[in-house]
Design a protein around this ligand. Structure first.
Ligand code: KE4
Length: 433
């Protein structure tokens, strides 16, 4: 198939002349798998089609938003209708209230929601709000978690940055970085030590309750409850970054699965149904600190944009029916069973982690519980596996430090095809080990 991607190769060369690295996000650069990125023509259901006409079964779901698959008719219909009315007014519309009401309905810990245009804006604003509400400066983040490219959070991030091997980033100032304390995921002692040392300087701790940006890693039993307790005890805010897990793992995200009520939650991806949307949300007494209700400033020309709201609302309405999640769980279980059977039969050094419809195949024989464990994976073997799967028409996230997503559009036959492709790829790689 590789020689059938000539148009993508040409498109990439052209893009590199006018776009840094030829892409508008490093995560798409395919740098960790040492091949040119594939340029996409269209998506349909569970499939992506590149500009050379090749078809791929997709497990990236545009990094999470496309839980219903590409071009779901319910979403397209609403977008077409809105298009006739206008794409943006810079004035309030009722659809913004409707989607906020739906999020409040799904999330026990949420009384109010502020829409923004990306997950980065959501987490950046949530951090500013936590600092403004508590009057404190320090933030704790977990090593390997990625919360977008806001300065305070671009420290040991786990997504693109980790894949590119950059700790933090040039351009983040010393003063900013020193207000962010980074501790290992799943390590209670480290958090206790930080609160002992900085107790009343800490505005909050932000985390991916289940990580996706260093691959899928679940919290150890009791870890989230511990974070809820220690933040409450110290007057710091617990911030769940559910940009990836929100509406993905359950209608009420990870906080529903683990029955934890964070003080603030951030959302993105699925709530935009593929259009640019982020949101931060929480208890009324905290959210009413946000301008114009309160003193913490945050604004945005396209926040709550009616086109994006239509796509998001149509998507969330499909997810109102909890059956969607039990169907996703069945698909994910089938895939997990198939992959684990292949690993066992081939005695392949790989470790499969899954929570709901998010999973990662780690190229290590060890259990994976934190960022260091992921860094010890065989990244060359991952790159070889990625290329084998692409050649078989399976489109995976191009990095070991990412989550794969199962969409509702995947059929039984699609899953069978993926399991067979996984077997063929592992078998070929095993022979070369
Ligand atoms: P965006 O600014 O990319 O919309 O959201 C940032 C963000 C915040 N929080 C979590 C938990 C996230 O996963 C993300 C973005 N995730 C990456 C994928 N690992 C987006 C891909 C990209 O950067 O192109």
């Amino acid at each position: 198939m590789s020689d059938q991607r000539k148009k993508s190769v040409k498109a990439f060369k052209r893009a590199q002349k006018v776009i840094p690295g030829g892409v508008n996000s490093p995560a798409r650069a395919f740098s960790a798998v040492e091949m040119d990125p594939i340029f996409i023509e269209k998506g349909e259901g569970a499939y992506l089609y590149d500009i050379d006409g090749n078809q791929y079964l997709d497990y990236v779901n545009s990094w999470g938003p496309m839980i219903l698959g590409y071009n779901p008719p319910q979403v397209i219909k609403k977008l077409k209708k809105q298009l006739k009315k206008g794409t943006s007014f810079g004035a309030p519309t009722e659809i913004e209230t409707e989607i906020a009401e739906l999020i409040v309905d799904f999330y026990q810990a949420v009384d109010k929601v502020r829409m923004v245009n990306s997950g980065t804006e959501a987490t950046m604003s949530a951090i500013r709000l936590a600092r403004g509400y508590t009057g404190r400066d320090k933030i704790i983040k977990l090593e390997g978690c990625y919360h977008g490219h806001g300065d305070s959070l671009l420290v040991d991030a786990g997504s693109g940055v980790a894949t590119l091997g950059i700790k933090g980033s040039p351009g983040v100032t010393e003063n900013t970085a020193k207000e962010t304390i980074v501790v290992p995921y799943n390590d209670q002692q480290a958090v206790e030590k930080v609160f002992k040392e900085y107790g009343f300087e800490i505005a909050g701790i932000i985390l991916e309750p289940i990580t996706g940006n260093m691959g899928v890693i679940a919290p150890e039993p009791g870890y989230l409850e511990f974070l809820r307790e220690i933040t409450r005890k110290n007057g710091a805010l617990l911030i769940f970054d559910e940009v990836m897990t929100g509406f993905r793992l359950a209608r009420g995200g990870a906080q529903e699965l683990y029955e934890i009520e964070p003080d603030l939650s951030t959302f993105g991806k699925i709530i935009g149904g593929g259009m640019p949307v982020g949101a931060y949300a929480g208890r009324e007494e905290i959210m009413d600190y946000v301008a114009p209700a309160g003193p913490v400033y945050q604004a945005g020309t396209l926040s709550g944009n009616p086109m994006a709201m239509q796509a998001g609302l149509a998507t969330l309405k499909e997810l109102k029916n909890k059956k969607v999640y039990s169907k996703l769980e069945k698909k994910a279980e089938k895939l997990e069973k198939g992959f684990k059977k292949n690993i066992e039969e081939l005695e392949f050094p790989a470790y499969f982690n899954r929570v709901g419809s998010m999973f990662t195949l780690f190229f290590t024989e060890q259990e994976v519980k934190n960022y260091q464990d992921v860094k010890n994976c065989d990244l060359d073997l991952f790159a070889a596996y990625f290329k084998e799967m692409i050649e078989q028409g399976i489109y995976l996230p191009p990095s070991q430090f990412e989550a794969n997503f199962i969409s509702a559009a995947l059929s039984e036959a699609d899953l069978e095809k993926t399991i067979t492709a996984n077997y063929q790829a592992l078998k070929k790689l095993k022979a070369e080990l």
